[in-house]
Design a protein around this ligand. Structure first.
Ligand SMILES: Cc1cn([C@H]2C[C@H](O)[C@@H](COP(=O)(O)OP(=O)(O)OP(=O)(O)O)O2)c(=O)[nH]c1=O
Length: 198
């Protein structure tokens, strides 16, 4: 069985582009960064902990394949998770306005015995145009920023702020398709074979 250890509807949609049949089993973990952790260490730890929590909660075994991921927006040395309030979103979007930031999306693919674990961190550079405070308020009112890292969604209305992207669009949305297909093939799963029309 292939298991997606995620509550994200974006990740479910993206994974369904690669594999036909999988179960969704969200993991509930503490997402607080450690004090001296780099953003890369943080996103890789998050993906691994989501995979481990799901294995434990659902008693998955060596024959199961687990996929977990984490997306964080990084500006300078600051990790931006999901905004908890309008003020939080304002702080985030003001810091991204007119600047280039990194979106880090980590992947952890492993079996339920954790004797085979493969991880990847995919970094995408995103440049925003300048955004006014009025636009931030209006954007918040659309309801889109609330459950998104960095308080925006490139695949939604937030796309109007994105002047340039260098890297992986699917990684910014939540699951890097190129890198995930590479990891899956290491575990014997071929996205093309999975999708042969019968
Ligand atoms: C930057 C950006 C993030 N996001 C989303 C992807 C992730 O769902 C979310 C980041 O939060 P995550 O903590 O990575 O994921 P999640 O809590 O939604 O799901 P789970 O931990 O159960 O896997 O932000 C977009 O949809 N579009 C974007 O442009």
């Amino acid at each position: 069985m292939i298991v997606l250890a995620s509550a994200s509807p974006r990740r479910r949609d993206l994974l369904s582009q690669l594999v036909k049949s999988f179960e969704v089993m969200p993991a509930d973990i503490d997402e607080t960064p450690f004090e001296l952790e780099t953003p890369e260490e943080y996103v890789l730890r998050m993906a691994r902990e989501k995979a481990e929590a799901t294995i434990e909660k659902s008693s998955l075994g060596v024959r199961d394949l687990i996929i977990a991921s984490d997306t964080s927006v990084v500006i300078g040395d600051t990790i931006l998770g999901k905004p908890t309030s309008l003020d939080d979103a304002k702080r985030m979007l003001r810091s991204l306005s007119g600047q280039t930031h990194s979106v880090m999306t980590s992947l952890c693919v492993c079996n339920g015995g954790l004797n085979r674990v493969a991880t990847r961190n995919v970094v995408t550079e995103v440049t925003f145009r300048e955004i006014s405070d009025l636009e931030i308020q209006q954007y918040w009112n659309t309801g889109e920023p609330q459950d998104k890292a960095g308080a925006y969604a490139i695949q939604g209305i937030g796309g109007i702020f994105v002047q340039h992207i260098s890297g992986s669009f699917s990684a910014v949305v939540g699951l890097p398709l190129f890198e995930l297909s590479q990891l899956l093939s290491e575990f014997g799963v071929s996205a093309l074979k999975e999708n042969i029309h019968e």
